[in-house]
Design a protein around this ligand. Structure first.
Ligand code: H2U
Length: 346
């Protein structure tokens, strides 16, 4: 019998993380008797006087969120990283290593209204969010080696507040994901003299099998090595080491791209599709003066849903003890998303 990627088990390699994932497409039709969750039907008001992210409301810290009209950024009242603190003692014991950790955490509100999301905003309003991301990256990137912008959408992903917002955690250290990517991107660049992700964009455009959406500036794919069922990557068509290099055309095209990605996700299971998403570019802070041609700025969406608005994939068992595994192939997931309309269901 000849090997067929859509039917037969195989391993796929993630060159960004130097990790393998097990793909088992033959299991796609197995019956499901796992956990089913009730979808959230929460109606969110435009303004809630008890919601700390709404304009004019007093937050838990006693600070008042001002009457903002576009985006609004504040220092997280419960930050995981503080700018100052005592340094841990160095240890020579290889089993009990410790290191310094300093940083800051901020929250970005996308819009003053709680009952809107990216698909409800104008392209201009989404560009304002993109510009705020870039401002924050430049501001915090002057001081910190890694600035992680991320958004948790939906209670299933730990979003604690029904208001359009994201978080930024900036740190003196490179977190694991950044550190590992930096090593693998650098190795690829040294070997092939090309940024890995620019080669990847070129190949995905040729193959056309995993494309979810594209426009003149951006490509959205379910990556070949995706772990989460409907994981996607947002990649620039022109090499860009950091977000700060984006020009007006790229920002506007990205705003449209983000709206289309959300619409397609929401249309898939007719829900507010939960996910964690965020951006990666070359390290900042003391790395700003280094040449980082191996890096390509990109975005990632990690949605937990598997086969309906309530059935999610759990990273358990084999995943925790051995390695990531998926049933649905990246190509099938891409086709399902590609086939969704670009406008969100009403
Ligand atoms: P999440 O929805 O992703 O949890 O982000 C909301 C953040 O807002 C969260 O990190 C912060 C929480 O600490 N927050 C404040 O800083 N002040 C508040 O009064 C409420 C929420």
């Amino acid at each position: 019998m000849a090997f067929n990627r859509d039917e037969h088990q195989h391993l796929r390699y993630n060159p960004l993380k130097a990790e393998w994932i097990l793909v088992s497409p033959h299991r796609s039709l197995r019956p499901w008797s796992g956990q089913v969750e009730t979808p959230s039907v929460e109606i969110v008001p435009q303004f809630d006087p008890t919601n700390p992210l709404c304009p004019g409301v007093t937050r838990a810290s006693g600070k008042v969120t001002p009457n903002y009209e576009s985006t609004y950024v504040f220092t997280n009242d419960f930050p995981a990283l503080l700018e100052e603190g005592p340094e841990p003692e160095e240890s020579s014991d290889p089993l009990f290593q410790t290191n310094s950790a300093k940083g800051t955490c901020r929250v970005i509100c996308y819009h003053p209204h709680s009952n809107v999301y990216l698909t409800d905003l104008s392209v201009k309003e989404v560009v304002a969010v993109i510009e705020e991301w870039i401002n924050q990256l430049s501001d915090l990137g002057n001081k910190y080696n890694w600035v992680q912008i991320f958004e948790n959408r939906g209670a299933m992903m730990g979003c604690s507040n029904p208001h359009p917002h994201c978080q930024i955690w900036a740190s003196t250290f490179l977190p694991n994901e950044a550190r590992i990517k930096d090593v693998n991107l650098r190795e690829y660049y040294e070997k092939y003299k090309r940024p890995m992700l620019m080669d990847y964009v070129e190949r995905e455009l040729e193959k056309k099998e995993r494309i979810v959406y594209q426009n003149d500036e951006w490509l959205v794919v379910v990556p070949y090595w995706a772990v989460w069922p409907f994981e996607t990557m947002v990649l620039p068509k022109r090499q860009m080491v950091r977000f700060s290099e984006a020009d007006a055309k790229q920002k506007e095209a990205l705003a449209v791209t983000l709206q289309v990605v959300v619409a397609k996700y929401d249309n898939l299971f007719k829900c507010n599709f939960p996910y964690s998403m965020g951006w990666h570019g070359a390290p900042t802070g003391e790395h700003l003066n280094e040449c980082s041609p191996h890096w390509t700025f990109h975005g990632m969406y990690f949605p937990p849903l598997l086969r309906s608005a309530t059935i999610k994939k759990f990273m358990v068992g084999y995943e925790l003890l051995a390695q990531a595994q998926r049933d649905l192939t990246a190509e099938k997931a891409a086709a399902l998303l590609r086939d969704q309309p670009e406008k969100r269901f009403a």
